[in-house]
Design a protein around this ligand. Structure first.
Ligand SMILES: NC(=O)c1ccc[n+]([C@@H]2O[C@H](COP(=O)([O-])OP(=O)(O)OC[C@H]3O[C@@H](n4cnc5c(N)ncnc54)[C@H](O)[C@@H]3O)[C@@H](O)[C@H]2O)c1
Length: 259
């Protein structure tokens, strides 16, 4: 299906040099949007945008920097306005996943999780919403949560807390920004095979395939397709909702220790 209201729109996607963010940028460009592709890693951001520009008509510009940092966020929004003149879509996708038991979590790791996963998303959406309100044409935000922001999972508590908080952020802002026709929804990916997850765990697909009711792991495109729908006009009347894209794990998935 071809979605409406994507062509010529302007998007900022963070943490998009690879993985799920990259797949979101790819679908937006394919549908004719213009995208600022952010990544902490300058080389990754530049090579991803060069690759995508060689394939698609939409225009992709790299912007490197830590999307948890307030001055980077402000510079990124200014850069978007200078290059494209407006902002329509925001997907704060960059996040840090730190594993470890609750009893041994350091304050530093806890703060790192908050800084990128929550502070970064919060202030990017705040600054972009200010611009959207000035533009007077509304806008759309998709926050990236996680299956572990919905259902308990061991050794991921700070990460899971940030991912659950994003769902509350969308609920509150759907109310607070609704009158400006800015809507916010959340996609909660399940275990998804990306460069990072396949490096973290040998046989990631094999293990999570067994834990998910549908017998497979997610692909970055599974998540990106749901984001594209939520950014489109077809989703205009959906606001403040979370869609798990998880093969059914939050409904009836198993834990590794169940195998
Ligand atoms: N992959 C999964 O299984 C999974 C499951 C649930 C939720 N998620 C969520 O989906 C999103 C994307 O996940 P992923 O696995 O594709 O991501 P990832 O960990 O592979 O990171 C993607 C990119 O983000 C960049 N990045 C890291 N820190 C950054 C920062 N401070 N500023 C800007 N860029 C930064 C990295 O360089 C990398 O290129 C995240 O929010 C993650 O929490 C992923």
């Amino acid at each position: 299906m071809q979605y409406s209201g994507i062509k010529n729109k302007v998007a900022i996607i963070t943490g998009a040099g690879e993985g799920i963010g990259f797949a979101i940028v790819e679908l937006l460009l394919k549908a004719g949007a213009n995208v600022v592709l952010n990544d902490l890693d300058k080389e990754k951001a530049e090579s991803a945008s060069t690759k995508l520009n060689s394939i698609y008509d939409g225009n992709c510009i790299a912007f490197s920097g830590d999307s948890g940092n307030l001055s980077v966020i402000n510079n990124m929004v200014d850069f978007t306005l200078e290059n494209f003149g407006r902002i329509d879509f925001i997907v704060p996708n960059a996040a840090i996943t730190i594993f470890g038991s609750f009893l041994e979590t350091s304050s530093e790791d806890f703060q790192k999780s908050l800084q990128l996963n929550l502070h970064g998303a919060y202030f990017l959406v705040q600054r972009a919403a200010q611009e959207m309100i000035k533009q007077g044409t509304g806008g759309k935000v998709v926050l990236i949560s996680s299956q572990v922001g919905i259902r308990a999972y061991k050794n991921l508590t700070p990460y899971a807390m940030t991912k659950a908080a994003l769902r509350m952020m969308a609920i509150n802002l759907a109310y607070e920004l609704g009158e400006h026709l800015i809507n916010l929804n959340v996609v909660a990916p399940g275990a998804t095979l990306t460069e990072r997850t396949s490096n973290e765990q040998p046989d990631y697909s094999g293990m999570w395939g067994k834990l998910n009711p549908n017998g497979r792991v997610g692909k970055p495109e599974d998540i990106a397709k749901t984001c594209l729908f939520l950014l489109s006009e077809e989703a205009d009347h959906i606001n403040g909702q979370t869609i798990p894209v998880d093969g059914g794990w939050t409904t009836a998935g198993k834990y590794p220790e169940d195998l």
